[in-house]
Design a protein around this ligand. Structure first.
Ligand SMILES: Cc1ncc(COP(=O)(O)O)c(C=O)c1O
Length: 482
């Protein structure tokens, strides 16, 4: 190998320390344009090998202007964790050790770390301890994994062994879900071969929660194998489907119940929030991210299935050179969609030990408290409407309340753009129930009240500048107020 290993790793180490030391105060939104970034990366492919320490130095210089600072506490965009340094340190070692966590024999320590960390996850989330836990790349793939198991089990129960018969010509399986299920659930269903005709949408309330009465009605009208998909933590409102009732209804009708709890399922780690997802423990499978509320480095999620044997039957890969794991151990790849794979368990193991139960509870509780504090700062301001109940960490905020829908959309876009431009906090726009909103997700590890103060100040200042009748307002949006 070319280059000095110590110098190469030390270059990365110094750059990492420098970056993390500054991340707390860096503007959260990168300002470099695509063309600027392209110019930095687009150097000629080296003909001869080069000194890796120099290359790493150049990588740092090229990448930094285009880094989104979601590792800092002023980031409220999408729903993204901040890669806690304990997980990052373990993740560095994961790369250094270079383990292929496909099967037990290729990476025994990685397999055991996943096994133990998986049990801790079940314990923290208070899910059935006998469940199997696949360490997946994100909630999208975790849901896909769980739904593969669900589909196979439901078809098997209908007398259709899928490994022999395949999906074509199988009895139709109906998918029953809330109208506002996350977009990645629809993507996973598409990958699995379910189209619109197989999907039954249940009406939702003003918070995006599945209506239990409509679910009962839809279930009663659906014959054959069924999978119900519920949600713990709506992307815009943070709301939870009425999980206890959903679980009872699914059970009565013999349906598999999967819960997409990408971030919301972490409410179960905080006793004062746990009632929000009462009944989640009754489901058959769950998907939850590690790289959101747990702050695990990207990428990391958990595909959890109550029936561990069904999980393995649906996903295992058989080949003469892929040995069975020794008694009591497992092959991690038999629970996910990859054979060769990253050893995600090391980072989760280190992170859970570092935070402890109390640390996870404190963080989740603090973020939810911060979300309520932001609501309280904004709610009395004329023209601002908080569209959700703020039961968790998400806020859906509309500006120009009382204006025409077009003017509201423009005013909201303008406020989001102004906050982004000021670049002390990061928030993004979304559309919910036909209204343009500023969506705020309080989920970045170190976020605390002081960061909420900054966001509240910049948002209020932007709104007071932009709102109709303010001295600086010109243009169409103002005339849209009614
Ligand atoms: C409810 C819900 N489900 C699924 C996902 C997808 O998660 P990932 O990006 O980890 O695949 C998200 C992402 O925000 C989400 O909020």
């Amino acid at each position: 190998m070319t280059g000095d290993i110590a110098e190469t790793l030390e270059t990365a180490f110094r750059a990492a320390l420098d970056f993390r030391a500054r991340a707390r105060d860096l503007p959260p939104r990168p300002v470099a344009s695509f063309d600027e970034l392209k110019a930095r990366f687009d150097i000629p492919l080296a003909q001869l090998g080069r000194d890796p320490a120099r290359v790493i130095g150049e990588l740092v210089a090229a990448a930094e202007p285009g880094l989104v600072i979601n590792t800092g506490p002023n980031f409220f965009g999408w729903v993204m964790g901040a890669s806690h340094h304990a997980g990052v340190a373990a993740d560095w070692l994961t790369s250094v050790w270079g383990q292929n966590a496909g099967i037990y024999r290729t990476a025994p320590s990685a397999a055991v770390a996943e096994k133990i960390a998986g049990q801790w996850i079940l314990d923290l989330l208070d899910l059935p301890p006998e469940s199997s836990v696949g360490f997946a790349s994100g909630a999208t793939t975790a849901s896909l994994i769980c739904l593969i198991v669900a589909r196979d089990k439901m078809l098997a129960a209908a007398g259709w062994p899928i490994r022999e018969n395949g999906v074509f010509g199988a009895p139709p399986v109906r998918i029953i879900l809330g109208e506002e299920a996350h977009s990645t659930i629809f993507a996973a269903l598409g990958y699995l071969g379910f189209g619109e005709r197989n999907i039954v949408r249940v009406a939702v309330d003003d918070q995006g929660r599945m209506r239990a009465d409509d679910l009962a009605f839809r279930l009663a009208g659906t014959v054959g194998p069924k999978i119900v998909i519920a949600q713990a933590g709506h992307i815009n409102s943070g709301a939870f489907d009425p999980l206890l009732r959903v679980a009872e209804l699914a059970k009565e009708r013999g349906a598999w119940l999967h819960i997409d709890g990408a971030f919301g399922l972490w409410a179960r780690a905080a006793p004062n929030l746990k009632t929000l997802c009462k009944g989640a423990e009754l489901a058959d499978s769950w998907s939850v991210d590690g790289h959101k509320w747990l702050q695990a480095p990207y990428d990391c999620a958990f595909a959890i299935v109550r029936d561990g044997q069904a999980h393995e039957d649906a996903l295992k890969i058989a080949a003469s050179y892929l040995d069975k794991a020794p008694e009591g151990a497992h092959n991690p790849s038999s629970l996910v969609l990859e054979l060769s794979r990253r050893a995600r368990g090391f980072a989760v193991w280190a992170l859970l030990q570092t935070l402890g139960r109390a640390g996870v509870e404190e963080m989740v509780t603090r973020h939810c408290r911060c979300a309520r504090a932001l609501r309280d700062r904004l709610i009395n301001e004329p023209g601002i409407a908080i569209l959700n109940d703020v039961v968790l960490n998400q806020l859906a905020i509309a500006f120009g309340d009382g204006a025409t829908p077009e003017a509201q959309a423009r005013l909201t876009e303008d406020v989001v753009a102004a906050v982004q431009k000021e670049n002390r906090s990061y928030v993004g726009p979304a559309t919910w129930k036909g209204r343009r909103i500023m969506r705020v997700s309080v989920i970045s590890g170190e976020t605390e009240e002081a960061n909420i103060d900054i966001l509240a100040e910049t948002t209020l200042a932007a709104w007071r500048r932009i709102r109709p009748n303010s001295p600086s307002t010109t243009g169409d949006a103002a005339s849209g107020m009614r």
